[in-house]
Design a protein around this ligand. Structure first.
Ligand code: MRU
Length: 399
């Protein structure tokens, strides 16, 4: 592990107008920041997953507009030029709606001007103000999501009269590295552990352990979530995506996993797009988690709550149903190869690519799936009330 470990995915210097991102392709082994000097740099960094996670993608996209326009202040970049660059940027990760929302907001700022207008200091200032607010609001909202999620967890366990230790399952990386800080689903886990770890809990229950999923094919869980959990000293045990049913059953019948026996009470996931009826696009594998929770709750007398955590900027009220969400497909090489450094004891060596599939094989690699709203118990946002379904089984996300 390299020196200088950090959870800060995005560094923006407000005086120097300089944007750097933590290269998530080399985590957890190396801490390395790269500078983003233009919208095209941001496009490439987002597309190649050097930065990922719906809120972080939007923030880097917005800040890239700031650094790009700043560097062109002395020449004659026009509103029309910028609009063209935005059309390109929005295509970098199409499923995550936060980037589109940020770009739409920027387009609204630009709509006050003629396309031939040269971008001057005053327009630049508006873009700077918008982007810094996006970042600051995201951090503040994540802290609220954490607190609201903790309250929901406490209320659920109290209502059930649950006592003792419990565990949480999560997928992908939804923490500081995927946002401006704290995180969404992992933010709830952070806040819950801060309040309900065994030594601190004033309740009859305590959070004992987290099971992050490896998250194939890109392994954000294995590489990034474990890194964050270890950084925060939150107890966790990594599992593969296909171990969840076995894990829940194993714990339910009182068997231990490395001496941990606390049952899974919550599956908490992030979101890339939540549409009007509550259907939620998130990392591929999320849907199967919801079906697993539903199976156990229906057949095995368990109560495992399936929680989606996201800022309101992830809610897309213009799209009615999950089937209307465009699911991004990623390169075949994510399934057919693994990329990582050679490890020699504690020494981190050269990065190599190894093949793990039959050469030339056809591959299907959707990055996300859609969990139907009927499998979701609660959607937690920065609003103090958790969104839960009404008696007809419908979410109302509009207010
Ligand atoms: O493909 P990724 O790594 O960008 O996918 C990220 C996720 O699916 C997250 O759960 C989601 O973006 C929410 S991040 C706070």
């Amino acid at each position: 592990m390299s020196e200088g470990r950090t959870l800060q995915a995005i560094k923006f210097d407000r005086k120097e107008i300089k944007l750097e991102i933590l290269d998530q392709l080399v985590l957890p082994y190396t801490t390395h920041y790269i500078q983003i000097k233009s919208i095209d740099d941001a496009y490439k960094a987002i597309k190649s997953m050097q930065v990922r996670g719906a809120p972080a993608i939007a923030i880097v996209g917005a800040f890239s507009v700031v650094v790009d326009t700043y560097s062109h202040l002395k020449d004659s970049q026009t509103i029309g030029d910028l609009q063209e660059s935005l059309n390109h940027l929005v295509k970098s990760r199409p499923t995550a709606v936060n980037l589109k929302n940020a770009i739409d907001d920027i387009r609204k700022i630009l709509a006050d001007y003629d396309t031939t207008q040269v971008i001057d200091e005053s327009i630049f200032k508006k873009l700077l103000d918008y982007s810094t607010k996006l970042y600051d609001d995201d951090l503040a909202n994540n802290l609220k999501i954490g607190e609201n999620g903790l309250n929901y967890i406490k209320k659920s366990l109290e209502e059930e009269k649950f006592e003792g230790p419990f565990s949480i399952v999560t997928i992908c990386n939804t923490g500081s590295l995927a946002t401006s800080g704290h995180g969404t689903a992992l933010g709830i886990i952070r806040s819950t552990y801060q309040a309900l770890q065994k030594e601190k809990s004033n309740e009859k229950f305590f959070l004992d352990n987290i099971y992050p999923l490896e998250t194939r094919p890109y392994n954000q869980g294995a590489k990034l979530t474990t890194y964050e959990l270890e950084y925060e000293k939150i107890p966790s045990i990594l599992i593969c995506d296909n171990m969840v049913s076995s894990l829940i059953e194993h714990l339910n019948v009182g068997k231990d996993v490395h001496e941990k026996t606390s049952p899974v009470k919550f599956i908490i996931v992030g979101a890339d797009r939540i549409v009007k009826n509550g259907d939620t696009a998130n990392k591929i594998g999320t849907f199967q988690l919801a079906t697993i929770a539903n199976y156990f709750n229906t057949n095995k007398n368990t109560s495992i709550k399936f929680i989606v955590a996201a800022p309101r900027t992830t809610i897309d009220l213009e799209t009615q149903h999950g089937e209307d969400i465009r699911i991004e497909e990623r390169p075949r090489k994510e399934l057919t190869t693994l990329v990582g450094p050679i490890l020699n004891g504690s020494e981190v060596g050269e990065k190599i690519t190894v093949g793990i599939a039959t050469p030339g094989i056809q591959v299907w690699n959707p990055a996300f799936d859609v969990t139907p709203h009927n499998l979701i118990d609660a959607i937690i946002t920065e609003d103090s009330k958790a969104f839960v379904k009404n008696k007809d089984g419908n979410f109302d996300l509009s207010n």
